[in-house]
Design a binder for this molecule. Structure first.
Ligand SMILES: [Zn+2]
Length: 457
Protein backbone atom coordinates (compact mmCIF):
# COMPACT_ATOMS: atom_id res chain seq x y z
CA UNK A 1 0.00 0.00 0.00
CA UNK A 2 1.50 3.34 -0.95
CA UNK A 3 1.77 5.77 1.89
CA UNK A 4 -0.44 8.73 1.22
CA UNK A 5 0.79 12.21 2.03
CA UNK A 6 -0.63 15.59 1.11
CA UNK A 7 2.24 15.99 -1.35
CA UNK A 8 1.31 12.92 -3.33
CA UNK A 9 -2.02 14.43 -4.12
CA UNK A 10 -0.21 17.39 -5.67
CA UNK A 11 0.66 16.96 -9.30
CA UNK A 12 4.24 18.13 -9.77
CA UNK A 13 5.34 19.31 -13.22
CA UNK A 14 8.99 19.69 -12.42
CA UNK A 15 11.22 18.45 -9.62
CA UNK A 16 14.68 19.78 -8.82
CA UNK A 17 16.65 17.21 -6.83
CA UNK A 18 20.00 16.91 -5.15
CA UNK A 19 20.81 20.59 -4.71
CA UNK A 20 21.38 22.87 -1.75
CA UNK A 21 18.46 25.28 -1.51
CA UNK A 22 19.50 28.72 -0.31
CA UNK A 23 17.22 31.22 1.40
CA UNK A 24 18.14 34.22 3.49
CA UNK A 25 17.45 32.08 6.55
CA UNK A 26 19.73 29.19 5.70
CA UNK A 27 20.95 26.57 3.27
CA UNK A 28 19.43 23.09 3.27
CA UNK A 29 19.56 20.04 1.09
CA UNK A 30 16.04 19.80 -0.28
CA UNK A 31 14.03 18.97 -3.34
CA UNK A 32 11.92 21.65 -4.96
CA UNK A 33 8.66 20.87 -6.74
CA UNK A 34 7.09 23.17 -9.29
CA UNK A 35 3.50 23.18 -10.39
CA UNK A 36 1.91 25.60 -12.86
CA UNK A 37 4.92 27.93 -12.67
CA UNK A 38 4.93 28.15 -8.89
CA UNK A 39 6.87 26.48 -6.16
CA UNK A 40 4.51 23.83 -4.83
CA UNK A 41 6.75 21.88 -2.47
CA UNK A 42 10.11 22.07 -0.77
CA UNK A 43 11.53 19.03 0.99
CA UNK A 44 10.61 15.68 -0.47
CA UNK A 45 8.94 15.89 -3.82
CA UNK A 46 7.11 13.08 -5.63
CA UNK A 47 8.05 11.94 -9.12
CA UNK A 48 7.42 14.63 -11.72
CA UNK A 49 7.02 14.78 -15.47
CA UNK A 50 10.29 16.66 -15.73
CA UNK A 51 13.24 16.03 -13.45
CA UNK A 52 16.23 18.31 -12.96
CA UNK A 53 19.38 17.04 -11.33
CA UNK A 54 21.04 19.71 -9.19
CA UNK A 55 23.55 17.44 -7.47
CA UNK A 56 26.56 19.48 -6.39
CA UNK A 57 24.77 22.70 -7.28
CA UNK A 58 23.15 25.54 -5.38
CA UNK A 59 19.46 26.21 -5.91
CA UNK A 60 18.99 29.97 -5.65
CA UNK A 61 16.03 32.27 -6.14
CA UNK A 62 16.17 34.21 -9.41
CA UNK A 63 17.80 37.57 -8.74
CA UNK A 64 15.72 40.75 -8.69
CA UNK A 65 17.47 43.82 -10.07
CA UNK A 66 15.72 47.01 -9.02
CA UNK A 67 17.89 49.25 -11.17
CA UNK A 68 18.15 49.03 -14.96
CA UNK A 69 17.65 51.30 -17.95
CA UNK A 70 16.19 49.02 -20.61
CA UNK A 71 13.18 51.09 -21.68
CA UNK A 72 13.50 53.80 -24.30
CA UNK A 73 12.84 57.47 -23.58
CA UNK A 74 11.15 59.90 -25.99
CA UNK A 75 14.62 60.81 -27.29
CA UNK A 76 16.75 57.73 -26.74
CA UNK A 77 16.79 53.97 -27.24
CA UNK A 78 19.36 52.21 -25.09
CA UNK A 79 21.98 49.91 -26.62
CA UNK A 80 20.60 47.14 -24.41
CA UNK A 81 16.86 47.34 -24.93
CA UNK A 82 14.53 44.95 -23.13
CA UNK A 83 15.39 42.05 -25.41
CA UNK A 84 19.17 42.32 -25.23
CA UNK A 85 19.22 43.38 -21.61
CA UNK A 86 17.03 40.53 -20.45
CA UNK A 87 19.00 37.96 -22.46
CA UNK A 88 21.96 39.05 -20.36
CA UNK A 89 19.76 39.00 -17.26
CA UNK A 90 18.50 35.44 -17.54
CA UNK A 91 21.93 34.12 -18.60
CA UNK A 92 23.21 35.67 -15.38
CA UNK A 93 20.40 34.38 -13.15
CA UNK A 94 18.39 37.61 -12.96
CA UNK A 95 14.71 36.83 -13.53
CA UNK A 96 13.06 40.15 -12.61
CA UNK A 97 14.24 43.58 -13.74
CA UNK A 98 12.91 46.99 -12.84
CA UNK A 99 13.56 49.53 -15.55
CA UNK A 100 13.37 53.27 -15.34
CA UNK A 101 10.71 54.79 -17.58
CA UNK A 102 10.51 58.54 -18.06
CA UNK A 103 7.58 60.85 -17.60
CA UNK A 104 6.43 61.89 -21.07
CA UNK A 105 3.96 64.63 -20.33
CA UNK A 106 2.09 62.29 -18.03
CA UNK A 107 3.58 59.58 -15.84
CA UNK A 108 1.16 57.09 -17.39
CA UNK A 109 2.61 57.76 -20.86
CA UNK A 110 6.03 56.77 -19.53
CA UNK A 111 4.64 53.46 -18.30
CA UNK A 112 2.87 52.85 -21.59
CA UNK A 113 6.12 53.36 -23.49
CA UNK A 114 7.80 50.94 -21.07
CA UNK A 115 5.05 48.37 -21.63
CA UNK A 116 5.51 48.58 -25.40
CA UNK A 117 9.28 48.15 -25.10
CA UNK A 118 8.92 45.31 -22.61
CA UNK A 119 6.86 43.25 -25.03
CA UNK A 120 10.28 41.88 -26.04
CA UNK A 121 11.32 41.04 -22.49
CA UNK A 122 12.59 37.57 -21.63
CA UNK A 123 12.45 38.32 -17.89
CA UNK A 124 9.65 39.53 -15.66
CA UNK A 125 9.67 43.26 -15.19
CA UNK A 126 8.33 46.33 -13.43
CA UNK A 127 8.98 50.05 -13.71
CA UNK A 128 10.10 53.03 -11.70
CA UNK A 129 8.61 56.17 -13.23
CA UNK A 130 11.18 58.95 -13.40
CA UNK A 131 9.43 62.19 -12.52
CA UNK A 132 11.04 65.05 -14.42
CA UNK A 133 8.23 67.57 -13.89
CA UNK A 134 6.47 67.19 -10.52
CA UNK A 135 3.42 69.21 -11.55
CA UNK A 136 -0.08 68.97 -10.09
CA UNK A 137 -1.36 66.67 -12.81
CA UNK A 138 1.52 64.23 -12.29
CA UNK A 139 0.95 64.22 -8.54
CA UNK A 140 -2.73 63.61 -9.22
CA UNK A 141 -1.87 60.46 -11.17
CA UNK A 142 -0.20 58.69 -8.25
CA UNK A 143 -3.20 56.93 -6.66
CA UNK A 144 -4.35 55.43 -9.95
CA UNK A 145 -0.84 54.25 -10.85
CA UNK A 146 -0.52 52.60 -7.45
CA UNK A 147 -3.94 50.96 -7.83
CA UNK A 148 -2.76 49.52 -11.14
CA UNK A 149 0.31 47.97 -9.48
CA UNK A 150 2.90 50.58 -10.47
CA UNK A 151 4.15 51.50 -7.05
CA UNK A 152 7.43 53.31 -7.51
CA UNK A 153 8.85 56.58 -8.73
CA UNK A 154 12.33 57.92 -9.22
CA UNK A 155 13.64 61.41 -8.62
CA UNK A 156 17.01 62.89 -9.48
CA UNK A 157 18.29 65.26 -6.81
CA UNK A 158 21.15 65.96 -9.19
CA UNK A 159 18.67 67.54 -11.68
CA UNK A 160 19.46 71.23 -12.24
CA UNK A 161 16.09 72.45 -10.99
CA UNK A 162 15.63 70.16 -8.01
CA UNK A 163 16.23 72.84 -5.36
CA UNK A 164 14.29 75.47 -7.26
CA UNK A 165 11.25 73.17 -7.39
CA UNK A 166 11.60 71.77 -3.91
CA UNK A 167 8.03 72.66 -2.89
CA UNK A 168 6.72 70.66 -5.85
CA UNK A 169 8.97 67.73 -4.95
CA UNK A 170 7.73 67.87 -1.35
CA UNK A 171 4.17 67.60 -2.63
CA UNK A 172 5.18 64.75 -4.91
CA UNK A 173 6.79 62.91 -2.00
CA UNK A 174 3.69 63.43 0.16
CA UNK A 175 1.57 62.11 -2.69
CA UNK A 176 3.84 59.08 -3.04
CA UNK A 177 3.64 58.40 0.70
CA UNK A 178 -0.14 58.70 0.58
CA UNK A 179 -0.38 56.29 -2.35
CA UNK A 180 2.00 53.80 -0.72
CA UNK A 181 4.67 54.21 -3.37
CA UNK A 182 8.42 53.77 -3.04
CA UNK A 183 10.60 56.62 -4.28
CA UNK A 184 13.97 55.72 -5.76
CA UNK A 185 16.35 58.61 -5.27
CA UNK A 186 19.51 59.53 -7.15
CA UNK A 187 21.22 61.25 -4.24
CA UNK A 188 23.94 63.57 -5.49
CA UNK A 189 23.57 67.25 -4.77
CA UNK A 190 23.27 69.35 -7.91
CA UNK A 191 24.99 72.44 -6.50
CA UNK A 192 28.06 70.51 -5.33
CA UNK A 193 28.38 68.69 -8.67
CA UNK A 194 27.86 71.86 -10.75
CA UNK A 195 30.38 73.87 -8.71
CA UNK A 196 33.03 71.12 -8.75
CA UNK A 197 32.54 70.52 -12.47
CA UNK A 198 32.81 74.21 -13.34
CA UNK A 199 35.98 74.58 -11.28
CA UNK A 200 37.65 71.70 -13.13
CA UNK A 201 36.68 73.09 -16.54
CA UNK A 202 37.98 76.54 -15.52
CA UNK A 203 41.31 74.92 -14.61
CA UNK A 204 41.45 73.08 -17.96
CA UNK A 205 41.16 69.71 -16.22
CA UNK A 206 39.01 67.86 -18.75
CA UNK A 207 40.34 64.31 -18.58
CA UNK A 208 38.46 61.43 -17.01
CA UNK A 209 41.08 61.24 -14.26
CA UNK A 210 39.41 64.33 -12.79
CA UNK A 211 35.92 62.85 -12.93
CA UNK A 212 35.89 61.80 -9.23
CA UNK A 213 36.62 65.39 -8.15
CA UNK A 214 33.62 66.59 -10.15
CA UNK A 215 31.26 64.39 -8.14
CA UNK A 216 32.89 64.10 -4.71
CA UNK A 217 31.44 62.00 -1.87
CA UNK A 218 30.28 65.31 -0.32
CA UNK A 219 27.71 65.53 -3.13
CA UNK A 220 26.22 62.23 -1.92
CA UNK A 221 26.47 63.25 1.72
CA UNK A 222 24.68 66.59 1.23
CA UNK A 223 21.95 65.01 -0.90
CA UNK A 224 21.35 62.08 1.45
CA UNK A 225 21.04 64.37 4.44
CA UNK A 226 18.57 66.61 2.69
CA UNK A 227 16.65 63.59 1.34
CA UNK A 228 16.40 62.25 4.88
CA UNK A 229 14.88 65.53 5.98
CA UNK A 230 12.40 65.21 3.14
CA UNK A 231 11.59 61.63 4.12
CA UNK A 232 10.98 62.73 7.71
CA UNK A 233 8.82 65.63 6.61
CA UNK A 234 6.71 63.77 4.03
CA UNK A 235 6.68 60.16 5.27
CA UNK A 236 7.94 58.98 1.88
CA UNK A 237 9.76 55.64 1.70
CA UNK A 238 13.04 56.15 -0.15
CA UNK A 239 15.34 53.78 -1.98
CA UNK A 240 18.76 55.39 -2.46
CA UNK A 241 20.28 54.02 -5.63
CA UNK A 242 23.95 53.37 -6.41
CA UNK A 243 25.54 54.56 -3.15
CA UNK A 244 29.29 54.70 -3.69
CA UNK A 245 31.10 56.14 -0.68
CA UNK A 246 31.84 55.80 3.00
CA UNK A 247 30.18 59.19 3.55
CA UNK A 248 27.01 58.04 1.82
CA UNK A 249 26.92 54.90 3.95
CA UNK A 250 27.28 56.97 7.13
CA UNK A 251 24.44 59.31 6.08
CA UNK A 252 22.24 56.31 5.26
CA UNK A 253 23.05 54.81 8.65
CA UNK A 254 21.95 57.98 10.42
CA UNK A 255 18.69 58.08 8.47
CA UNK A 256 18.01 54.45 9.37
CA UNK A 257 18.85 55.11 13.01
CA UNK A 258 16.19 57.84 13.01
CA UNK A 259 13.66 55.19 12.06
CA UNK A 260 13.01 56.55 8.57
CA UNK A 261 11.80 54.17 5.87
CA UNK A 262 14.97 54.35 3.81
CA UNK A 263 16.90 51.69 1.93
CA UNK A 264 20.33 51.70 0.32
CA UNK A 265 21.56 50.13 -2.91
CA UNK A 266 25.09 49.85 -4.18
CA UNK A 267 26.25 48.56 -7.52
CA UNK A 268 29.04 46.21 -8.60
CA UNK A 269 31.40 48.96 -9.76
CA UNK A 270 31.76 50.22 -6.17
CA UNK A 271 32.51 46.75 -4.82
CA UNK A 272 35.26 45.72 -7.20
CA UNK A 273 37.02 48.78 -8.61
CA UNK A 274 38.67 51.98 -7.40
CA UNK A 275 39.42 55.29 -9.03
CA UNK A 276 42.80 53.88 -10.04
CA UNK A 277 40.93 52.78 -13.20
CA UNK A 278 40.59 56.43 -14.14
CA UNK A 279 44.37 56.73 -14.53
CA UNK A 280 44.27 54.40 -17.54
CA UNK A 281 44.07 55.59 -21.16
CA UNK A 282 40.72 53.78 -21.51
CA UNK A 283 39.42 55.28 -18.25
CA UNK A 284 36.10 56.30 -19.76
CA UNK A 285 35.00 52.65 -20.00
CA UNK A 286 34.28 52.69 -16.25
CA UNK A 287 32.47 56.00 -16.07
CA UNK A 288 29.20 55.82 -14.19
CA UNK A 289 27.55 58.25 -11.85
CA UNK A 290 28.74 58.54 -9.09
CA UNK A 291 32.41 57.87 -9.96
CA UNK A 292 34.66 55.08 -8.72
CA UNK A 293 36.05 55.87 -5.27
CA UNK A 294 38.98 54.97 -3.00
CA UNK A 295 39.87 51.57 -1.52
CA UNK A 296 38.54 52.84 1.82
CA UNK A 297 35.13 53.35 0.27
CA UNK A 298 35.21 49.87 -1.28
CA UNK A 299 36.05 48.32 2.10
CA UNK A 300 33.27 50.31 3.79
CA UNK A 301 30.80 49.11 1.15
CA UNK A 302 31.56 45.43 1.80
CA UNK A 303 31.21 46.05 5.52
CA UNK A 304 27.85 47.79 5.02
CA UNK A 305 26.66 44.97 2.78
CA UNK A 306 27.57 42.44 5.48
CA UNK A 307 26.02 44.51 8.27
CA UNK A 308 22.74 45.04 6.46
CA UNK A 309 23.14 48.80 6.23
CA UNK A 310 23.23 48.45 2.46
CA UNK A 311 20.13 46.47 1.50
CA UNK A 312 20.63 45.54 -2.14
CA UNK A 313 23.05 45.36 -5.04
CA UNK A 314 21.46 46.67 -8.24
CA UNK A 315 23.23 46.88 -11.57
CA UNK A 316 22.22 50.27 -13.00
CA UNK A 317 22.64 48.30 -16.25
CA UNK A 318 23.07 50.90 -19.00
CA UNK A 319 25.88 50.03 -21.42
CA UNK A 320 27.32 52.14 -24.23
CA UNK A 321 29.71 50.91 -26.90
CA UNK A 322 33.44 51.21 -26.48
CA UNK A 323 33.46 53.80 -29.30
CA UNK A 324 30.80 55.91 -27.57
CA UNK A 325 32.66 55.79 -24.26
CA UNK A 326 36.08 56.47 -25.79
CA UNK A 327 35.08 59.08 -28.38
CA UNK A 328 38.09 61.37 -28.79
CA UNK A 329 38.08 64.66 -26.94
CA UNK A 330 35.20 63.87 -24.56
CA UNK A 331 35.51 65.85 -21.35
CA UNK A 332 34.94 63.89 -18.13
CA UNK A 333 31.36 65.13 -17.86
CA UNK A 334 30.45 64.25 -21.47
CA UNK A 335 31.21 60.53 -21.33
CA UNK A 336 27.90 58.63 -21.50
CA UNK A 337 27.53 57.16 -18.00
CA UNK A 338 26.80 53.50 -17.34
CA UNK A 339 28.06 49.98 -18.00
CA UNK A 340 26.75 46.46 -18.63
CA UNK A 341 26.28 44.41 -15.48
CA UNK A 342 23.23 42.15 -15.61
CA UNK A 343 25.02 38.97 -16.64
CA UNK A 344 27.86 39.25 -14.13
CA UNK A 345 25.94 40.56 -11.10
CA UNK A 346 25.40 37.17 -9.44
CA UNK A 347 28.56 35.29 -10.50
CA UNK A 348 30.82 38.12 -9.43
CA UNK A 349 29.15 38.64 -6.06
CA UNK A 350 29.45 34.91 -5.45
CA UNK A 351 33.06 34.72 -6.60
CA UNK A 352 34.37 37.91 -5.01
CA UNK A 353 31.99 38.01 -2.05
CA UNK A 354 31.03 34.50 -0.92
CA UNK A 355 34.12 32.59 -2.02
CA UNK A 356 36.43 35.18 -0.53
CA UNK A 357 34.56 35.07 2.76
CA UNK A 358 33.32 38.65 2.56
CA UNK A 359 29.64 37.71 2.45
CA UNK A 360 27.67 34.63 3.45
CA UNK A 361 25.75 32.74 0.81
CA UNK A 362 22.50 33.59 2.60
CA UNK A 363 23.33 37.28 2.74
CA UNK A 364 24.12 37.21 -0.99
CA UNK A 365 20.69 35.74 -1.71
CA UNK A 366 19.12 38.39 0.49
CA UNK A 367 20.80 41.37 -1.20
CA UNK A 368 20.31 40.05 -4.75
CA UNK A 369 16.80 38.64 -4.49
CA UNK A 370 14.84 38.63 -1.25
CA UNK A 371 15.43 42.18 -0.05
CA UNK A 372 14.86 43.88 -3.42
CA UNK A 373 11.61 41.95 -3.95
CA UNK A 374 10.39 42.93 -0.48
CA UNK A 375 11.45 46.58 -0.76
CA UNK A 376 9.74 47.03 -4.13
CA UNK A 377 6.65 44.97 -3.25
CA UNK A 378 7.30 42.42 -6.02
CA UNK A 379 4.88 39.72 -5.01
CA UNK A 380 5.93 36.12 -5.41
CA UNK A 381 9.51 37.04 -6.26
CA UNK A 382 12.91 36.86 -4.59
CA UNK A 383 12.66 33.76 -2.45
CA UNK A 384 12.36 30.02 -2.80
CA UNK A 385 9.16 29.54 -0.83
CA UNK A 386 5.96 27.57 -1.42
CA UNK A 387 3.50 29.68 -3.39
CA UNK A 388 6.14 31.94 -4.93
CA UNK A 389 6.88 32.02 -8.64
CA UNK A 390 9.30 29.28 -9.64
CA UNK A 391 12.07 31.71 -10.59
CA UNK A 392 15.03 29.51 -9.80
CA UNK A 393 18.71 29.49 -10.65
CA UNK A 394 20.74 26.32 -10.61
CA UNK A 395 24.19 27.57 -9.81
CA UNK A 396 27.44 25.67 -10.17
CA UNK A 397 29.72 26.94 -7.39
CA UNK A 398 32.80 25.29 -8.90
CA UNK A 399 32.57 26.42 -12.48
CA UNK A 400 35.39 28.79 -13.37
CA UNK A 401 35.06 31.11 -16.27
CA UNK A 402 36.86 34.20 -17.53
CA UNK A 403 34.57 37.10 -18.37
CA UNK A 404 34.79 37.99 -22.06
CA UNK A 405 32.47 40.51 -23.65
CA UNK A 406 32.23 38.35 -26.78
CA UNK A 407 30.57 35.60 -24.72
CA UNK A 408 28.18 37.89 -22.88
CA UNK A 409 24.61 38.45 -24.08
CA UNK A 410 24.59 42.24 -23.81
CA UNK A 411 24.74 44.11 -27.12
CA UNK A 412 27.74 45.97 -25.73
CA UNK A 413 31.19 45.28 -27.22
CA UNK A 414 33.08 45.41 -23.95
CA UNK A 415 32.45 44.36 -20.38
CA UNK A 416 33.63 46.40 -17.39
CA UNK A 417 35.02 43.17 -15.91
CA UNK A 418 36.61 41.76 -19.08
CA UNK A 419 39.35 39.31 -18.16
CA UNK A 420 38.21 38.63 -14.57
CA UNK A 421 38.33 35.00 -13.61
CA UNK A 422 35.12 34.13 -11.81
CA UNK A 423 34.30 30.89 -10.00
CA UNK A 424 30.60 30.11 -9.72
CA UNK A 425 28.19 30.53 -12.59
CA UNK A 426 24.51 29.77 -13.30
CA UNK A 427 23.93 26.64 -15.36
CA UNK A 428 20.16 26.98 -15.65
CA UNK A 429 17.57 29.67 -15.05
CA UNK A 430 13.86 28.98 -14.63
CA UNK A 431 11.32 31.74 -15.09
CA UNK A 432 7.97 30.74 -13.56
CA UNK A 433 8.95 27.11 -14.01
CA UNK A 434 9.98 27.43 -17.66
CA UNK A 435 13.61 26.92 -18.67
CA UNK A 436 14.73 30.36 -19.77
CA UNK A 437 18.45 29.60 -19.97
CA UNK A 438 20.37 26.34 -19.86
CA UNK A 439 24.01 25.39 -20.46
CA UNK A 440 24.98 28.49 -22.32
CA UNK A 441 21.81 28.73 -24.39
CA UNK A 442 18.95 31.17 -24.18
CA UNK A 443 15.72 29.18 -24.31
CA UNK A 444 13.14 31.82 -23.43
CA UNK A 445 11.40 33.71 -26.18
CA UNK A 446 11.32 37.50 -26.20
CA UNK A 447 7.69 37.66 -25.14
CA UNK A 448 7.92 35.50 -22.10
CA UNK A 449 8.49 38.22 -19.54
CA UNK A 450 5.47 39.52 -17.67
CA UNK A 451 4.70 42.70 -15.85
CA UNK A 452 4.82 42.14 -12.11
CA UNK A 453 1.97 43.97 -10.45
CA UNK A 454 3.05 45.27 -7.10
CA UNK A 455 1.36 46.05 -3.84
CA UNK A 456 1.50 49.43 -2.19
CA UNK A 457 3.72 49.78 0.85
ZN1 LIG B 1 20.45 54.47 -13.05
Amino acid sequence: MARSSPLERVRIDLAIRGGQVVTRGGTVRAEVGVQDGRIAAIGEVPRAEEELDATGKLVLPGCVDLHTHLASTPTFTPLDDFEHGTRAAIAGGVTTVCSMVYQDGTLRAGIERGLRDAQRSLADFAFHVVVTDPNDAAIGELPSLARDGHTSLKVFMVAPRFDERITDYVRLLRGAAGAGMLVAVHAEDHAVVARSTAALHAAGREEVRYFPESRPPEAEDVALRSASQLAAKTGAAMYFVHLSSRLAIAALGEAKARGLRVYGETRPLYLYLTRARFERPDAALWVGQPPLREQDDVDAMWQALRDGLIDTVGTDHYPHTRAAKLAPGLAFDRVPPGVANLETLLPMLYSEGVRRGRLTLERMVDVLATAPARIAGLRGKGEIAVGNDADVVIFDPERTRTIRASEMHSACDYDPFDGWEVTGWPTLTLLRGQTAYAEGEIRALPVQGRLVLRRSM
